[in-house]
Ligand binder design. Sequence first.
Ligand SMILES: [Zn+2]
Length: 162
Amino acid sequence: MSDDHDHHDGNDDHELRVSKIRDGTVIDHVRGGQALNVLAILGIDGTNGEEVSVGMNVPSNRFARKDIVKVEGRELSQDEVDVLSLIAPDATINIVRDYDVVEKHRVERPDVVEGVLSCPNAGCITTGDEPVTSRFTVLEDGVRCSYCETIVREEIASLIET
Ligand SMILES: [Zn+2]
């Protein structure tokens, strides 16, 4: 019997820190203050019993402060990652299985997001009674409705369809 219990010798502290969930997703390098918007995008409000930990304004090497979101038991889909990129363009997505980071992705901004954001223009065809799926073109600094051309640059998270 050895009492050498599988000690990882901290060659990558960061990796260990973010992989403390067993199975799920760690969204790291979220801009400080955006963690709750990340949860909104993922449709997580705690009512379904999801196990979630959120770190806000954690000291970071890459930014002055960052947020970090850990979701147990859920691996994000590409669609979800695409939308996350709108509010967390620098995020790193870590997929964790059995306490190990098995996949790590940087988010990439999609060209278009469909059925995710609702248009703020009350006269837009996508917000009427007709069931037209919303569609936004992703710009450098915001999103533009493909139907009425309304451009949104701020508070994009508030447009997320629930
Ligand atoms: Zn519109």
